[in-house]
Design a protein around this ligand. Structure first.
Ligand SMILES: Cc1cc2nc3c(=O)[nH]c(=O)nc-3n(C[C@H](O)[C@H](O)[C@H](O)COP(=O)(O)O)c2cc1C
Length: 233
């Protein structure tokens, strides 16, 4: 599969078969994480891999109280003007627990968060550890797609992250990105329609936003009164 085919095929799957993902394939996917760019040359990633539905059920126990609320949320999220988004929510919200268990493979990707705490960044670069972790995660999603697998992740909400970190006895300074499930998609897996994007409309060369915050203007860009820096330094 060439790179652009992998990019096309990468979708968020929430319905899995129980076919097992081999250790060999898992290793390839985790290996892809270590090929991603990383701040400070660190790559301080650790992966807790949970196999078997019973074991997964124990690890995700802290999620159960929120799951009922998620199902109710479908009725509360009213973005009826956005059909694609509603179709996704209607499918996704009731599946948040089941989708983590069905394939029998749950991964908790941990990263080392140094300097300021994850939830108390002092400047944009404080988020570099988190950003690097997400670069690694995207590589894993693409590697999984390349192997004919589907993936989905649940982002911990409220106290879920702390509760799960406690279960796996995560040391101080380690955070996990998400609860990631990888597996062979079910035959009847549902995939919501993706938004149609016209790429050319999103590229604004030598342009600035106009004051309406919607349009772009090249004349405004060209009349910028900023002294340019030297390209030699
Ligand atoms: C930061 C982020 C958080 C997400 N959180 C969840 C989640 O908690 N549960 C879920 O089912 N999907 C989650 N998704 C998946 C999105 O719903 C999905 O990527 C989006 O609907 C586009 O569909 P596609 O991935 O098939 O292209 C998340 C995606 C991102 C990038």
């Amino acid at each position: 599969m060439d790179l652009y085919e992998v990019l096309e095929k990468r979708r968020t799957y929430r319905d899995f078969s129980d076919r097992e993902v081999s250790d060999e394939i898992l290793e390839k996917i985790v290996g892809a994480a270590f090929k991603a760019p990383t701040n400070d040359h660190l790559r301080q990633l650790e992966f807790i891999v949970v196999r078997g539905r019973e074991n997964i059920a124990k690890v995700i126990a802290p999620l159960s109280k929120n799951m009922a609320a998620f199902k109710e949320l479908v009725f509360e999220v009213d973005d009826s003007g956005d059909k694609d988004k509603m179709e996704m929510f209607t499918d996704a919200l009731p599946k948040q627990q089941k989708m983590l268990m069905d394939s029998g493979l749950l991964i908790l990707p941990f990263f080392r968060q140094k300097q300021s705490p994850l939830l108390k960044p002092v400047e944009q670069s404080s988020l570099n550890y988190f950003a690097s972790a997400w670069c690694a995660l995207e590589n894993m999603l693409l590697a999984a797609t390349h192997k004919g697998l589907g993936a989905v992740f649940h982002i911990p909400v409220s106290d879920e992250a702390d509760a799960i970190k406690k279960i796996v006895n995560a040391p101080e300074g380690y955070e996990f990105i998400c609860l990631l499930t990888i597996g062979y998609p079910a035959e009847n897996a549902f995939l919501p329609r993706q938004k149609e994007i016209h790429v050319k409309d999103r590229i604004h060369t030598n342009a600035c936003w106009t004051n309406d915050g919607v349009h772009f203007d090249t004349n405004a860009f060209l009349s910028l009164s900023v002294s340019p820096v030297s390209s030699n330094s």
